[in-house]
Design a protein around this ligand. Structure first.
Ligand code: IMP
Ligand code: MG
Length: 179
């Protein structure tokens, strides 16, 4: 298989656009069914989820709001779990049906942080839709995680919105590292 270079690392295709599109179709169908009679607010996490969100929302039907938040988890050994906010969550989530849209859940530290902030506003319900989940890396159990695109191995993926040191977000598929 053809290898590509992103920064100082080599990657190979892991999930192609057809597989991703097929899975997004099913996620959208499930969301459309579950929220048919509701008016949810979708909150996408930047930057990583921008392509996933764009493709997902072409398939989401019915009345809904769409907005974004941006936080970064600093992953130094000493400071694991320290999170900074670049774009705050909306502050009017009380009594709303909230759906958080993530690109990837790795340790789950970012998700735990965002869920705490969302619950503090007393929403009607909270669900999470993540394109990718690393079951071997995640440190918490999330009941909210009802919509998962793919469970993936504990490797550093790039492409389809995900970056490696700022690069590779524009790759069409999702790529895994090779030696
Ligand atoms: P968590 O807080 O450990 O769950 O990490 C969440 C964030 O880490 C994601 O939103 C990504 O920005 C980044 N991240 C984790 N794993 C990967 C990966 O495999 N590729 C690219 N970014 C990743
Ligand atoms: Mg991210």
């Amino acid at each position: 298989m053809q290898k590509i270079q992103v920064g100082d690392k080599r990657f190979e295709l892991f999930l192609g656009i057809t597989a991703i599109a097929g899975r997004i179709d099913l996620l959208a169908k499930q969301l459309n069914k579950d929220y048919k009679t509701k008016k949810p607010i979708y909150i996408g996490t930047l930057n990583g989820s921008f392509i996933f969100m764009a493709d997902l929302f072409k398939k989401i039907k019915g009345t809904c709001e769409i907005t974004f938040t941006k936080v970064s988890a600093y992953k130094g050994v000493q400071n694991a779990g320290q999170i900074t906010t670049q774009l705050a969550l909306p502050n009017d989530l009380a009594h709303r049906e909230v759906i958080l849209v993530e690109d990837i859940i790795d340790t789950g530290i970012t998700l735990k942080y965002l869920l705490e902030k969302i619950y503090a506003q007393n929403p009607a319900s909270v669900a999470v839709c993540s394109l990718l989940l690393k079951p071997q890396a995640v440190k918490y159990h999330f009941n909210e995680l009802k919509y998962v695109g793919f469970e993936i191995p504990n490797e550093f993926m790039v492409g389809y919105g995900l970056d490696y040191e700022g690069l590779g977000r524009n790759l069409c598929g999702i790529y895994r590292p090779v030696n």
